[in-house]
Design a protein around this ligand. Structure first.
Ligand code: C2E
Ligand code: CA
Ligand code: CA
Length: 397
């Protein structure tokens, strides 16, 4: 682990020394200590930024809130671990509060404190791939002209993240996730370009690029005598209101001579559709063609229960936050459990997103969840890698 600098905001000297001992066993000895927010802020101003802070939950109710706001704004701090005894709901509220201040909550460090717990939470600081999950990461967005040029130059390609049947270990499909293969900046994730694509009305162009390259992969697999991997594509709900969407999809499927049953469309923010009759008709026609329809990010934002009842979804993707919080937050765990039985009762497939550890797998298996996706199971990969990776997985995990 690289040498890190930590701020310890704690008013109990004994607990302070316990946490410092755990940090020291991880090789973290650069620790700034403070018992109040004001003191912490002046220390950061004189000693510079830290990698993360460990803050006692009860101090969040004091002047520490002002401190966190200032420390985030002034760039001294990005991530916080919460220590102290508190029930899971309080911790979750604290986490939401930190988020509003522009900080990432790494999770709760309940007692007894240990270096292993700290090490596990540190991994959440995330030096990896840029993702919308990486709260607080604000990439500098490219200009409209640059994005248009990149679309014309075919610089956007799908990466494919496998979806697993975790009861058997088999790959049951993959989700196509847009990437900009930027000749100067390398592989860029959607957080770095999707806002520009959406704001300048290029989302349909991006979709056509991703969808046709996905179908090309299916076609190649078929030509090699393999069964084409079922693929899921992301659609923004607003795209459903464009009458030509169905023609585009049907036209490309016909061009590649592929069945509609091999594709699923994942939709976010369907609650925002209101009673848009064109959008509802598009959904119906996609289902009648034989495509799957998945409600993405279920349990967050606009993906509501009401929409699930009204619209012809075949799949629900449970937002990763429930699994992420499920380790310690019993309410989140109950949401996962309830979603498993609700999906069974409604005869739709449930896919849990964000599987990041063996513990997540054990948990999901134990509550009877069948399908899942996440970095622990397989990261998004380029088409060439899928073709070489899949046969290695053929016998199941
Ligand atoms: P999403 O559809 O919810 O996709 C899942 C995101 O979570 C992906 O991020 C994926 O790389 C990431 N992810 C998967 N497993 C894990 C995990 O275990 N841990 C963590 N921390 N992250 C995980 P990505 O590729 O950055 O995409 C972000 C979002 O951008 C997607 O969220 C989707 O809403 C949107 N998006 C991606 N491709 C397209 C596209 O072609 N069209 C549209 N309209 N939206 C897209
Ligand atoms: Ca998705
Ligand atoms: Ca999702």
């Amino acid at each position: 682990m690289k040498s890190m600098k930590v701020l310890l905001l704690q008013d109990n000297p004994f607990l302070c020394s316990v946490i410092k001992t755990s940090l020291a066993s991880l090789g973290i000895v650069d620790v700034i200590e403070a018992s109040m927010g004001r003191e912490a802020l002046s220390l950061l101003r004189s000693k510079g930024a830290v990698d993360f802070a460990i803050c006692d939950l009860k101090l969040l109710g004091t002047d520490s809130l002002m401190f966190f706001g200032c420390a985030a704004k002034e760039g001294f701090l990005k991530s916080v671990m919460i220590s102290g005894d508190a029930d899971s709901v309080l911790r979750q509220t604290a986490s939401a509060l930190l988020k509003t201040l522009g900080l990432k909550c790494l999770g709760g460090l309940g007692r007894p404190y240990s270096s292993e717990k700290i090490r596990a939470l540190i991994t959440g600081i995330g030096f990896g791939e840029v993702s919308l999950f990486n709260v607080g990461v604000k990439p500098e967005l490219p200009g409209i002209t640059e994005v248009r040029r990149a679309l014309l130059d075919c610089e956007f390609s799908p990466y494919f993240q496998p979806k697993f049947d975790i009861q058997t270990g088999r790959v049951v499909g993959a989700e196509a996730l847009a990437r900009w293969i930027n000749p100067r900046q390398g592989v860029m994730a959607p957080a770095a370009f999707l806002p520009v694509i959406e704001s300048c009305g290029l989302i349909d162009e991006l979709f056509r690029a991703i969808f046709s390259q996905g179908l090309l992969l299916q076609k190649k697999m078929r030509q090699q005598g393999a069964i084409a991997l079922p693929l899921a594509f992301n659609l923004h709900a607003s795209q459903l209101s464009r009458r030509n969407l169905i023609n585009d999809i049907a036209g490309l499927l016909a061009f590649y001579e592929l069945p509609a049953s091999g594709v699923t469309f994942e939709l976010t923010e369907t609650g925002a559709l209101g009673n848009d009759s064109v959008a509802l008709e598009t959904l119906l026609r996609l289902r009648l063609m034989g495509c799957g329809l998945s409600m993405d990010d279920f349990g967050s934002g606009y993906s509501s229960m009401g929409r699930l009842c009204e619209l012809p979804f075949t799949e629900i993707k449970l937002d990763a936050r429930f699994l992420r919080d499920g380790d310690s937050q019993s309410r989140s765990l109950e949401v996962i459990r309830a979603s498993v039985s609700m999906a069974k009762a409604m005869n739709v497939t449930l896919v849990v997103e964000g599987v990041e550890s063996a513990e997540h797998m054990t948990l999901l298996r134990s509550i009877g969840c069948q399908f899942a996706q996440g970095y622990y199971l397989g990261k998004p990969m380029a088409a060439e890698s899928v073709v070489s990776w899949l046969p290695l997985r053929a016998g199941g995990a």
